[in-house]
Ligand binder design. Structure first.
Ligand code: I3P
Length: 126
């Protein structure tokens, strides 16, 4: 039998592993806690999975939801001063959530930065 994937899955623009730390939730600062995340970028959102892709896919079948970030009106900027790590950028959402993303590998973080920036720039601001 054919399984029809949700539209978002058909529009995935980029996916892969990055280091992620959420540093604010609704404007409230959080303690920084870096962890590996499986990240899926589609046209208007990013999903963060705590698990491997494989684990994430099997969790999806049981209705387990990843953390989803609405990119409409979001900001992205390099954030050298926010970490001792290299290659860190920050995404800030309209709702006041702040995420740091990082990779030690230059081209990987550059690709992600530009992919997310392009997605944000294509979206309406509100
Ligand atoms: C934090 C942890 C983070 C570090 C952060 C520390 O300590 O070492 O890795 O961020 O630095 O506070 P803890 O685990 O005790 O919370 P970076 O790796 O990004 O430097 P910060 O407070 O300067 O952000």
């Amino acid at each position: 039998k054919d399984i029809i994937p949700p539209l978002e899955q058909l529009m995935v623009e980029k996916e892969g592993y990055l280091q992620k730390a959420k540093i604010a939730d609704g404007g409230k600062k959080l303690r920084k806690n870096w962890a590996t995340s499986w990240i899926v970028l589609s046209s208007r959102k990013i999903e963060f999975y705590k698990e491997s892709k494989q684990q994430a896919l099997s969790n999806m079948k049981t209705g387990h939801k990843p953390e989803s970030v609405d990119l409409c009106g979001a900001h992205i900027e390099w954030a050298k001063e926010k970490s001792s790590r290299k290659n860190v950028f920050q995404i800030t959402t309209v709702s006041g959530n702040e995420f740091l993303l990082q990779s030690d590998i230059d081209f990987i973080i550059l690709d992600w930065f530009h992919a997310i920036k392009n997605a944000i720039d294509r979206l309406p601001k509100d």
